[in-house]
Design a binder for this molecule. Structure first.
Ligand SMILES: [Zn+2]
Ligand SMILES: [Zn+2]
Length: 284
C-alpha cells in the first residue's frame, strides 16, 4: 500500500512511547489498533559480505530509530543468534532471515529474502534432473561424446529450456520458504528485471522489494518497475552492507528512507500478518 491510498490513517489519535521509540497508534476502518514500527528486512553482517558484526548492526539500526530488523546474510543464518541477543538487550526485535542467493540461467541475480525461517534454505538444482522434470524425453550427452561437443549440447538444452528452468528454481525456493512457515520477498527486482518481470502475477510471491537506483540500475527503470508493482505488496529495504559509497560516511540514508509496518505488536505472528495484509508504508 502506498501513502496516498491510506485514507484511514487520518484516524491517528495518539502518540505513545514504546521502549525508547515513539510509535503512533492508528485505527483502521474496523477500529483495530496498530503501532507503526520502523523496519528493515534486508541487512548483511560480516557473516556474508557486510562489514559490521551482528551486534554493531543492531546498534547502528537502534541509533537510526528502527524497531524491527531482519538479518539476511547470503545463504547463511548462523549470525542471527548474536543479533538476537544484542537486540534483546536494547529492546529491538530481530527476525531470522536469509538472502537466498542463486542465479537465473542467464547469470543474473536470483536473490530472495526469506524471513521467519527455522533453518537455512539451500536447495541443490541439478540441471539434468530439472530438465528431465520439464521434459522427460530430452536426451543428454554421455561419456561417448566429445567433451566440447557435449558441453555445447548441454548449453543448447539449457538455453532451450531457460524459462522453464528459471521458473522451476524460483517456485522451489518459495515453496521451501512456505514449507518452513516463512515469508518470501523478491530482493532488488531491478537487478534482474528481464527475468523477474515474468513473475509479477505469481501468487506464491509474498512481497517485492521497492526498486531503488543504488542497486546499479537507472532511475527510469526503477520508477517503471515500482509502477508495475504498485498493487503488489512492496517493502523498501536497504540491503545494508555498511561499506558502499552510498552508505558512507554517516549512513544518513537509513533515516532518509525507510518503511513503516503497522502491526499489533512485535510478535512474529503479528509482523507476518502486517506484511501479508499490506499494512506497509514506504518512505522512499
Ligand atoms: Zn542481493
Ligand atoms: Zn543483500
Amino acid at each position: 500500500m502506498k501513502a496516498r491510498a491510506k485514507v484511514y490513517y487520518v484516524f491517528a489519535i495518539a502518540v505513545i512511547s514504546i521502549s525508547s521509540v515513539s510509535a503512533y497508534i492508528y485505527f483502521d476502518a474496523s477500529q483495530q489498533k496498530f503501532f507503526a514500527f520502523k523496519v528493515d528486512f534486508h541487512i548483511h553482517t560480516y557473516g556474508s559480505d557486510g562489514i559490521y558484526s551482528p551486534s554493531e548492526v543492531v546498534n547502528i539500526y537502534r541509533n537510526a530509530g528502527y524497531d524491527i530488523i531482519a538479518i539476511t546474510d547470503h545463504n547463511i543464518i548462523s549470525y542471527y543468534d548474536e543479533a538476537k541477543t544484542a537486540g534483546d538487550a536494547v529492546g529491538m526485535t530481530v527476525i531470522k532471515g536469509e538472502e537466498i542467493t542463486e542465479e537465473f540461467v542467464d547469470g543474473t541475480m536470483l536473490h530472495i529474502i526469506a524471513l521467519f525461517i527455522t533453518e537455512k534454505i539451500d536447495i541443490a538444482f541439478p540441471l539434468k534432473e530439472i530438465i528431465l522434470t520439464i521434459n522427460s524425453s530430452v536426451t543428454f550427452p554421455d561419456d561417448t561424446w566429445d567433451r566440447r561437443e557435449a558441453l555445447e549440447r548441454l548449453n543448447e538444452i539449457k538455453q532451450q529450456y531457460e524459462t522453464e528452468i528459471n521458473f522451476y528454481m524460483v517456485k522451489a525456493e518459495f515453496d521451501k520458504i512456505h514449507e518452513l512457515g516463512g515469508i518470501g520477498i523478491v530482493a532488488h527486482p531491478n537487478t534482474s528485471w528481464e527475468n523477474w518481470k515474468d513473475y509479477v502475477d505469481c501468487s506464491f510471491i509474498d512481497a517485492w522489494e521497492y526498486a531503488r537506483v543504488k542497486n546499479s540500475s537507472d532511475e527510469v527503470l526503477c520508477s517503471e518497475i515500482n509502477d508495475i508493482l504498485k498493487n503488489k505488496i512492496q517493502i523498501l529495504s536497504h540491503d545494508f552492507h555498511g561499506k558502499y559509497s552510498y552508505e558512507l560516511p554517516h549512513m544518513d540514508y537509513l533515516t532518509e528512507a525507510y518503511t513503516f509496518l503497522y502491526s499489533r505488536s512485535t510478535a512474529e505472528l503479528d509482523i507476518k500478518d502486517a506484511i501479508l495484509s499490506d499494512r506497509i508504508m514506504t518512505h522512499p
